[in-house]
Design a protein around this ligand. Structure first.
Ligand code: PMP
Length: 459
């Protein structure tokens, strides 16, 4: 049994490690949690406390931690090939990923470009869309359209098509300028169209008007539109109707601009279908995948596109149409091995069917638990993702004052309770793995309510 020196770990961490998306001063007088192992939905701390990983380790974990088939795939790969550059070589491990993934994709998406993480998958998509038009001689098509509240990663290209001001405002001087269309933020819809999750909703998609106007006026200078299909994740788990994507596909075709779906968060079953775009019955020109691609084990990403886009780069070398993009760890064989094992699980065990009841129960329980709470303005859910938007006043939708740091307090309290609630602003969310059971759903929501209500009672 491995042992650790907690004091030393915390000391070295405090003195040398800079954590992502963390105000380090918040930890001046409190310790970060030290996680030493995990299994299924549970993380274990160095003190032996068990905590539900209810956000799937930043939306990546798919089948639970340490799944035997995924572990085995990595172990077997370690006897074969660790790493090789992917330019001028290929290997059966990348080929298996493509072969297996093709079974889950429409035939139009037939060209696969590997990279390392969600942000790089997006960078690749942006550069591909841009260079397509350059290679075709339409040099003026250089700009992108994105959405308010969009999140596509933290590298500068991805930030340039991002819309979460809290994260990105400061970096504006470093960014290229994109057109920004209104967000389909149904709860705070300025048109008060009031899309709700029950089937009776009436919505005429007025939020798409802004997008349509941008495309109508500027399509000559636009190479692509990029969106997170069905759910703007980091922008606040903003779930919107599939009809939006259907219409968006129609207008992007009409104005001859590419449509990029960033499925980094929504891919691999999280929304209840393998990919979110299936629910809209449309096919984008480019799709970005990462996170769940390896079941949440290792960093790998794919940007997948059509033959049309691929062919615009296929030319004699001296024509200068080559795609000059690549990362050292492109299609790393160990990542590929675990990704292939992940896809094999999808093909053979059909987790989306297996846990359908659990995810429907999750939706029902969310409604039952939170519908009458005075502090919950909106309840949103899709597949294995659920969210509530906290408000100070349900009638006016007024948020809690920022200085109270309600979300941060809830985060801290949730860890004490044994569940991870890492809110996005005023939105508390659950991003569950596909192996979740009804019992776990119940436990997670019970612990969550305790954490939230204890904090609110103390204000
Ligand atoms: N796109 C979306 C929709 C995401 O949610 C994220 C990460 N949360 C990214 C891109 C960036 O992925 P990564 O953190 O792997 O760079």
């Amino acid at each position: 049994m491995k042992t650790w020196d907690k004091k030393k770990i915390l000391e070295i961490d405090r003195n040398h490690i800079w954590h992502p998306y963390t105000q380090m001063k918040d930890y001046e007088n409190r310790d970060p949690m030290v996680i030493v192992s995990a299994r299924g939905l549970k993380l274990k701390t160095i003190d032996g406390q068990e905590i539900y990983d209810s956000i799937s380790s930043w939306w990546t974990n798919v089948h639970g931690h340490l799944h035997p088939a995924l572990n085995q795939a990595i172990i077997e790969q370690l006897n074969l090939l660790d790493h090789i550059n992917f330019s001028g070589y290929t290997h059966p491990y990348a080929v298996e990923v493509v072969e297996r993934l093709k079974d889950f994709l429409p035939p139009e998406l037939s060209r696969f470009f590997f990279s390392d993480n969600g942000s790089t998958a997006v960078e690749v998509a942006l550069k591909m869309a841009f260079q397509f038009w350059q290679n075709k001689g339409q040099k003026e098509k250089t700009r992108f359209v994105c959405l308010e509240n969009a999140y596509h990663g933290d590298t500068l290209g991805a930030v340039s098509v991002g819309g979460v001001d809290l994260f990105f405002e400061l970096y504006k001087p470093l960014l290229f300028k994109s057109f920004k269309a209104p967000s389909p933020y149904c709860y705070r819809c300025p048109e008060k169209e009031g899309f709700t999750l029950d089937a009776s909703h009436q919505c005429s998609l007025k939020c798409l008007k802004g997008m349509e106007e941008i495309l109508k006026e500027h399509h000559g200078e636009i190479c692509a539109v990029i969106v997170e299909p069905l759910m703007q994740g980091a922008g606040g788990i903003l779930i919107y109707p599939a009809a939006y994507l259907k219409k968006l596909r129609e207008i992007t075709r009409r104005y001859k601009v590419f449509l990029i779906f960033d499925e980094v968060a929504t891919g691999f079953g999280r929304t209840g279908t393998m990919f979110a775009f299936e629910q809209a019955e449309v096919v984008p020109d480019i799709i970005c995948l990462a996170k769940g691609l390896t079941g949440g084990y290792l960093p790998m990403a794919l940007t997948i596109t059509t033959e049309e886009i691929y062919q615009a780069f296929y030319a004699d070398y001296l024509e200068g149409k080559t795609f000059y993009h690549g990362h050292t760890y492109t299609a790393n064989p160990i990542c590929c091995a675990v990704a292939a094992a992940n896809l094999k699980l999808f093909a053979e065990e059909n987790p989306l069917v297996k846990t359908r009841e659990a995810r429907e129960y999750f939706h029902q329980l969310l409604l039952k638990t939170f519908a009458d709470k005075p502090y919950v303005g909106d309840i949103r859910y899709l597949g294995y993702v659920g969210a509530i938007e906290l408000v100070k006043d349900k009638q006016t939708k007024e948020p809690f004052p920022e200085e109270l740091r309600v979300s941060f307090q809830i985060y801290m309290k949730s860890l004490e309770k044994g569940v991870v609630l890492r809110p996005l602003g005023d939105v508390i969310y659950w991003f569950l793995p596909l192996c979740v059971t009804k019992y776990e759903v119940e436990e997670i929501l019970n612990l969550s309510v305790e954490a939230i209500e204890e904090v609110l009672a103390s204000l």
